[in-house]
Design a protein around this ligand. Structure first.
Ligand code: DP6
Length: 380
């Protein structure tokens, strides 16, 4: 198990620079969504993954967030009371808008996030915060916006920290952004920087950590450059079981221990595959990870199923097509019914034709998003 040392933590504590006063202003960041190849499913307090995961960063699915801030006369109260009720002086301390509409349903999650990060970013309570956010993908498309959303917000907060303490190195800026993002949503730790990001300590990934994501440190084979991800929107409804509840069901899960071991082994294998370009092995590992994730859901207690009939229709079509033309197309799933269709750039033409002809019919209102691997967040 990972040992936490005071020295480790110290790196992330805000070092006050009284010389610089920041009265008001705003920062804007655009952060991408990501799709895990080896899945994170199961966590401990606070947002520590039970196993390491790795994801492709996406390019066109992103959240753009502007964080406006204004110095308060008196610091806001930011703490969790004894009966576990979130206490922030929310009314005046922060507000959040999605596409111009105030979103009271996000207050709890953002309030929790502020409480979690404030020991590391104590300056936050000195300001009133106005969060304005926009997702590039359709609202309630079933695509989780928590990874890109929390990453964008964490980066805006880091820009505030940098304005207060310009000495912070670029390396620490991104590392701490990932650390903060993780406290909002685990997978958000992988939405900061890099095309392939590992989050969670793993023996083959130097400098990997349970606390933040790191860029995959090895040279990636040409076959995986500009990899394509077409997201088929099968179901746009609200999920029957949230990720947070699903993660918690891994406590006392009969297969949990074996699953965490397997994820570690799969990350070792994938580390080799990404370097040697073995597409067949990639397909096998990625699909197995997706089905294992859903198998964990189906064998939880209470059990649940997030796939829909059309998810399976699509999977079967992909398998038939792959066999027919010896393609390297494969699928992966996150915690929902949508299917991510992954394929090498050089198969783009044939696979796109196949998707249009045979898969789009299974999407909700024929909707899908063509995306590919991107390189991380950008300040606007
Ligand atoms: C299935 O990051 O959404 O997409 O930490 O509770 O916010 P929280 O969970 P979240 O879980 C993502 C789970 C997954 C797999 C993955 O992205 O690795």
């Amino acid at each position: 198990m990972h040992k936490i040392t005071i020295l480790d933590l110290n790196e992330f504590i805000y070092k006050a620079k009284t010389s610089k006063l920041l009265e008001d202003g705003s920062f804007t960041w655009k952060a991408p969504s990501n799709i895990a190849l080896v899945k994170y499913w199961g966590k401990r307090e606070v947002q520590i993954p039970e196993n390491p995961s790795i994801s492709f960063t996406l390019s066109d699915c992103f959240t753009e967030t502007t964080l406006g801030f204004k110095k308060r006369k008196k610091p806001a109260k930011v703490y969790k009371s004894e009966n576990n009720i979130t206490v922030t002086s929310r009314e005046s301390h922060f507000d959040i808008f999605l596409d111009g509409k105030r979103k009271p349903e996000f207050y709890k999650k953002i309030g929790e996030f502020i409480i979690r990060i404030s020991p590391l970013t104590p300056f936050i309570s000195d300001y009133d915060l106005l969060i304005k956010t926009h997702n590039s993908f359709p609202h309630s498309s079933g695509i989780a916006s928590s990874a890109s959303g929390m990453a964008a917000l964490a980066l805006c907060i880091m820009s505030m920290e940098k304005a207060l303490n310009p000495d912070i190195s670029e390396e620490l800026f991104y590392k701490k952004a990932s650390y903060l993002a993780r406290l909002g949503s685990g997978s958000a730790a992988r939405s900061i920087k890099g095309e392939l990001v590992v989050w969670g300590e793993h023996k083959d990934i130097k400098k990997s950590s349970d606390w933040y994501g790191v860029e995959f440190p090895h040279k990636v084979h040409e076959n995986f450059k500009n990899y394509q991800d077409t997201i088929l929107l099968v179901d746009k409804g609200e999920k029957v079981v949230s990720s947070t509840v699903g993660h918690n069901l891994m406590h006392n899960h009969p297969f949990a221990h074996k699953r965490f071991e397997q994820a570690n082994e799969n990350l070792s294998k994938l580390t080799e595959i990404l370097q040697n370009g073995d597409l067949k092995a990639f397909v096998n590992l990625v699909e197995s990870e997706a089905l294992t994730l859903h198998a964990m859901m189906m064998t939880s207690n209470p059990y649940f199923i997030l796939m829909k009939p059309n998810t399976l229709e699509i999977i079967n079509k992909i398998w038939a097509f792959r066999k027919r033309i010896n393609s390297n197309i494969c699928f992966t799933l996150d915690a929902g019914a949508n299917v991510h269709v992954l394929f090498p750039e050089k198969e783009k033409e044939t696979v796109n034709a196949f998707i249009s002809k045979e898969l789009i019919q299974f999407c909700h209102k024929n909707e899908y998003i063509s995306d590919s691997v991107g390189s991380g967040a950008r300040q606007m």
